[in-house]
Design a protein around this ligand. Structure first.
Ligand code: ADP
Length: 543
């Protein structure tokens, strides 16, 4: 027997109109690319979004058209999110830091009809546009006064497009499973793979995030998404932020510690979300100036492992709760969040251990670990296996890529995350490593992530990466590649002695190499593949 309840499609345009009507005086603040701060209210944002939808229609954009964006986190990008999806087109966010060949592949694979581009990235497109045969036009995200000379053909100015449009637009109603947005995963090997979100998956993901206990988000919250809007929809902030009625603060292009710190203080940000690298910069700035945070309550940190030393520093020096989240582009992205149950609070050392894990399930996601043959492994806190997930905001396939889809999904529809994990009986999941990053030493596995976590706690080290280097006897042994704190002398022996106190003896890196910087990918993640390539002929002293 079916329930007798209405079925209304879950659509992104509903978020926009609900938010504009329900939070009429809430603000959206952006640091602009041109310089300065832009601020307006939710209803003003909705008005401009409707104008943009009219402008897109005039350009000939219709349902299913892919509209590319190469942009920072700001109000115009937000308007694009809602206008494109709202009218039934697809918002295709692109990462400007991708290598040129990958960006070209993505534009052509997606068959973008128009590309909206930030002033910053105009030179990039000027070099590449000739390789984009399907793109009909480029829209520069600025106003007339700041419109530059450009060699791009068929160019439009964002503000000029909007100027004379009506701020009325009837958002169409369609099936909630309609595609809304597209984001390619960086992919360390091979071509990037397209993740095609639907209206339903985005709305549900937003509601799932808002249901996570321990990260309260409502009209009193001031949210700073440092995580880029070109990467997994800025972890959903543009959607759930509007549902909850938060004040949104967009950092634009200024992601250095000083600029972030200034914005956090000026706008009294309470929640800031981003990858660990960003917070390294912010904390370094705070250390230098000796300033604290007057409003910040929580940071949600994910994308790569959150070092315990960072959790400690945020808490002890600044009384800020650093919460680890884990997820993937393919999961919209959130899967788990390391918040602490009331019954587990009190003993900080124990708490710190839990906070150092990738966390507990968010509602709407299921997970399991399996061995190499695909057999389920127990959640006993010891068994290590590949993590598989399922859920309403997890992909059921890659966009026009059957081969990748076949590899990623098992026969029961579980998605292979490529992460090796352990799950404890009380539900905390801990990533041991990426399947491809784990160091295979004499038949045993060494977690590069654990080693990095310990190494980064050394006060003289600013950043650390551990990779497996070929070893005659052990097959692979760990090599620590570290960046010393600026202007600080540190020796290999000092670091190894420090680690000796903290990890099993057979885990100790066979060598330590100091470098000025580590390679970071387009989303700020360590590029282990690049590092492995750089050190592929490295001769360990233990050989
Ligand atoms: P990419 O586009 O590079 O794949 P994703 O954000 O989709 O970017 O990457 C997902 C992967 O990032 C996860 O499978 C996991 O390996 C890693 N990751 C994300 N969050 C964490 C975390 N909190 N700790 C450790 N690894 C993480």
């Amino acid at each position: 027997m079916h329930g007798l309840m209405m079925h209304r499609p879950l659509l992104i345009s509903q978020i926009l109109e609900f938010a504009a009507g329900n939070y009429p005086d809430q603000e959206i603040v952006s640091r602009t690319t041109e310089g300065g701060i832009h601020r307006y209210t939710y209803p003003e944002m909705a008005q401009r979004t409707r104008k943009l939808a009219n402008a897109l229609k005039k350009l000939g954009v219709t349902e299913e058209d892919r509209i590319g964006t190469i942009a920072w986190n700001n109000y115009r990008h937000l308007e694009l999110y809602y206008a494109t999806s709202g009218m039934g087109a697809i918002c295709h966010t692109m990462n400007p830091r991708l290598p040129a060949d990958q960006l070209t592949y993505i534009v052509n694979h997606a068959k973008d009809r128009f590309i909206f581009v930030e002033l910053t990235f105009l030179p990039l497109l000027e070099k590449l546009y000739e390789h984009f045969p399907d793109v009909e036009g480029f829209v520069v995200m600025t106003d007339e006064a700041n419109m530059p000379e450009t060699t791009l053909p068929r160019v439009y100015c964002y503000e000029t497009l909007l100027r004379d449009e009506s701020d009325q637009f009837e958002w169409p109603e369609f099936d909630e499973n309609t595609a809304s947005s597209l984001c390619y995963t960086s992919g360390t090997t091979g071509n990037p793979k397209g993740v095609l979100y639907s209206h339903r998956s985005n709305v549900l993901h937003a509601l799932f995030v808002l249901s996570v206990s321990g990260i309260p988000i409502d009209e009193n919250s001031v949210m700073l998404p440092v995580v880029p809007m070109f990467h997994v929809n800025a972890w959903g902030v543009p959607y759930f932020g509007l549902i909850a009625g938060t004040k949104l603060v967009f950092p634009g292009p200024a992601l250095d510690g000083e600029s972030l710190s200034e914005l956090i203080e000026a706008e009294q940000v309470t929640e800031a979300w981003g990858v660990p690298t960003v917070w390294l910069g912010l904390l370094a700035h705070k250390r230098k100036t000796g300033e604290g945070f007057s409003s910040l309550k929580r940071t949600l940190i994910g994308g790569s492992a959150l070092p315990r030393s960072m959790i400690q520093e945020f808490r002890e020096k600044y009384n800020v709760e650093a919460i680890q989240g884990w997820g993937m582009t393919e999961m919209s992205p959130l899967g788990t969040v390391a918040t602490i149950r009331p019954s587990q609070r009190g003993d900080w050392d124990k708490e710190l251990k839990l906070r150092g894990t990738q966390g507990r399930l968010m509602f709407g996601v299921e997970m399991k670990i399996v061995d190499a043959e695909g057999n389920d492994l127990p959640h006993d806190g010891e068994s290590q296996g590949e993590l598989l997930v399922r859920g309403n905001a997890v992909i059921s396939g890659y966009y026009e890529n059957d081969e990748a889809t076949r590899q990623a999904l098992d026969k029961d529809g579980w998605f292979h995350t490529g992460d090796v994990s352990v799950i404890s009986p009380d539900g905390y999941m801990e990533i041991v490593d990426r399947v491809k990053d784990v160091i295979k030493s004499g038949g045993e596995w060494i977690s590069s992530i654990d080693l990095e976590n310990e190494a980064i706690a050394h006060p003289k080290l600013a950043e650390a990466a551990v990779i497996g280097v070929r070893h005659e006897k052990w097959q692979e042994r760990p090599l620590l590649v570290a960046v010393p704190e600026q202007g600080v002398e540190v020796t290999r022996e000092e670091v190894l002695e420090f680690l000796e106190q903290r990890v099993a003896k057979w885990w100790l890196p066979d060598d330590v190499v100091f470098v000025d910087e580590l390679p970071h990918g387009a989303t700020g993640k360590l590029q282990k593949a690049k590092l492995r390539e750089d050190f592929k002929d490295y001769k360990l002293p233990t050989e």
